[in-house]
Design a protein around this ligand. Structure first.
Ligand SMILES: *Cc1c(COP(=O)(O)O)cnc(C)c1O
Length: 345
């Protein structure tokens, strides 16, 4: 029995169209700017996002790090959510490798940082203080359960940043999920951003790769940061080829993942011993808690695994299920049945 793997949308395998595109890709040395497939993906992504230029990188972590290193010098400060992926899950790279100082603001459950708190975090010009250089946002917000930042909210943060002469970076690992769930043109969500990173390897199902977008001057500088991080590749068209298929064929179907996640959340809310706010589940990420536990956390994971359902143990009594390409509506019913059985309800 093959398992229903809801640990993450990173477990997605490339589609047949991607495998075909990879084997047929026109290739060249990207170090000379001569890989036509890389160039096409970078242009295509920039156009989609309404930005000037794009840069293919190996991962979302490398995308965010390349951007922060391009915006900030050593000793500069970045304002960032305390639950953001950059702060929690990227090995402290901005500090370890960039000497960049994180100033965290608490993320609210809706993924936002309160605007007044961002504003009070911005430093005055004073030799005692680091210089505030950058504000980072995340859309959808992973740790906040795939929460959606609206164009109104991001525009307000951008306006604040502009007033203070600070750059804005958007970690858009799942930005296409946000655009689909909000039913807005993705350019509404990138407007005014100085840099944006998007993952091809999450719900879009490409085997690897992320793209950074910004204006042409920014991307030229980010290209040097990528090189410094060891991320300059040669015939990277084999990655880009799958990325182009991801962009062209895999975006619209994200709605299916959101519907599956919504169904999962609604049913979890009826299971005794599990706690969730189903109305918060708007995209493909479902967090829930084990309450008044009749079984231990380890038992929950192990007994679901016996039933062929994998989930992520995200923290004390906290679990995550992520829907994605390859997970069908029938799989979701099976997962719900398994949860009910394991919880004895
Ligand atoms: C997955 C993820 C990343 C990093 O991507 P990797 O390819 O795993 O390095 C960055 N930001 C968010 C919000 C993510 O979910």
């Amino acid at each position: 029995m093959s398992s229903i793997d809801l640990r993450s949308d990173t477990v997605t395998l490339p589609t047949q169209a991607m495998r075909t595109a990879i084997s047929n890709a026109a290739l060249g040395d990207d170090g000379f700017g001569e890989d036509p497939t890389v160039n096409r993906l970078e242009t295509l992504m920039a156009e989609r996002l309404g930005m000037e230029a794009g840069l293919l990188v190996a991962s979302g972590t490398m995308a965010n790090l390349s951007c922060v290193l391009t915006h900030c010098a050593r000793g500069d400060e970045v304002i960032i959510g305390n639950l953001s992926h950059i702060f929690l899950s990227e090995a402290g790279g901005i500090s370890a490798l960039g000497g960049v100082f994180p100033h965290t603001i608490p993320n609210l459950p809706d993924g936002t940082m309160p605007i007044d708190q961002i504003e009070s975090a911005i430093r005055a010009d004073n030799i005692h203080f680091p210089r505030t250089r950058l504000i980072c946002m995340e859309n959808t917000h992973n740790r906040c359960g795939g929460a959606l930042l609206t164009p109104e909210y991001t525009a307000a943060v951008v306006a604040l940043a502009k007033r203070h002469g600070i750059a804005v970076h958007l970690d858009g690992a799942r930005l296409f999920n946000a655009a689909v769930a909000l039913a807005v043109d993705i350019r509404e969500l990138t407007r005014g951003m100085d840099s944006v990173s998007v993952c091809l390897s999450k719900g879009l199902a490409a085997p690897l790769g992320s793209v950074v977008c910004g204006d042409a001057a920014f991307i030229a500088r980010a290209r040097r940061a990528r090189k410094m991080l060891g991320g300059a590749m040669r015939q990277a068209g084999i990655i880009a080829a799958a990325g182009i298929v991801a962009l062209e064929e895999m975006v619209a179907r994200l709605a299916e993942d959101h519907a599956n996640a919504g169904r999962l959340a609604a049913e979890i809310s009826k299971i005794r011993g599990l706690s969730i706010e189903p109305e918060r589940v708007r995209t493909n990420i479902v967090f829930f808690d084990l309450v008044e536990p009749r079984i231990t956390e380890e038992e929950l994971v192990a007994r679901l695994k016996e039933k062929g359902v994998l989930l992520h143990h995200a923290g004390p009594c906290r679990f995550r299920m992520v829907t994605h390409y390859g997970i069908t509506a029938a799989n979701i019913e099976t997962a719900i049945e398994a949860l009910r059985a394991v919880m004895g309800s």
